[in-house]
Design a protein around this ligand. Structure first.
Ligand SMILES: [Zn+2]
Length: 166
C-alpha cells in the first residue's frame, strides 16, 4: 500500500515515530497523526432457488475472477444498506438480508487491512445483469461452486452450506 508522505492538513513532510504504542506517521508541525485502520467491506452471498449469485470481477484485485459481489461501506451508510446497494449495483438484483454469516479480517495487498461482513441474502426472483465494477453476473447452482477465490469468501460459503445441511 502507498503511504502518505505529506501532512494532508498542512502539507508539511510527515515523520514516522512511536505514537500511542505503535509506529505511526505524524506531522511535527500540526500534530496530525495518521491512524491506519481496517476498511469495512460488505460481501453478498445471495441465493435464489439453490442458485448462488456470482459476478465476474471487473477490477483488481483478482480481475476476471467469478466470485461474490462485494464493496466498501460508504460514509453514513449502514452495513446492511451497503450490502443491498452493492447487490443492486453489481447485479441489478434485490433481496432481503437473512443473516450475518461472519466477520472476517483480511490482509489485502491492494487495500491493506479489510474487515469483511458477509451476509446471506435471499434474492428476489429475477435475472442478474452486470453493472458497476462487475464485468458479468450469473446465477450458478450451489453444487457447482468450488472456489470463490478469497479465503474469507470460501470459509463463509462452507459455513453457510454446513449450517444449511444441519
Ligand atoms: Zn500537518
Amino acid at each position: 500500500m502507498a503511504k502518505y508522505k505529506y501532512c494532508p492538513l498542512c502539507a508539511h513532510p510527515l515523520q514516522v515515530g512511536w505514537v500511542e504504542s505503535r509506529q505511526r506517521s505524524y506531522c511535527p508541525q500540526c500534530d496530525f497523526i495518521h491512524y491506519e485502520n481496517p476498511l469495512p467491506t460488505v460481501v453478498v452471498l445471495g441465493l435464489l432457488d439453490d442458485q448462488i449469485l456470482l459476478i465476474k470481477r471487473g477490477l483488481e484485485p483478482r480481475k476476471g475472477l467469478w466470485t461474490l459481489p462485494s464493496g466498501f461501506i460508504e460514509k453514513g451508510e449502514s452495513p446492511e444498506n451497503a450490502c443491498l446497494r452493492e447487490l443492486l449495483e453489481e447485479s441489478g438484483m434485490t433481496g432481503q438480508i437473512q443473516q450475518l454469516i461472519g466477520v472476517y479480517h483480511v490482509d489485502s495487498s491492494l487495500y491493506g487491512d479489510l474487515i469483511s461482513l458477509i451476509y446471506y441474502v435471499h434474492l428476489d426472483p429475477g435475472h442478474p445483469i452486470a453493472g458497476d465494477d462487475a464485468a458479468d453476473a450469473a446465477l450458478v447452482p450451489v453444487s457447482q461452486v468450488t472456489d470463490l477465490g478469497f479465503v474469507s469468501f470460501n470459509h463463509a460459503f462452507q459455513q453457510f452450506i454446513a449450517n444449511r445441511e444441519e
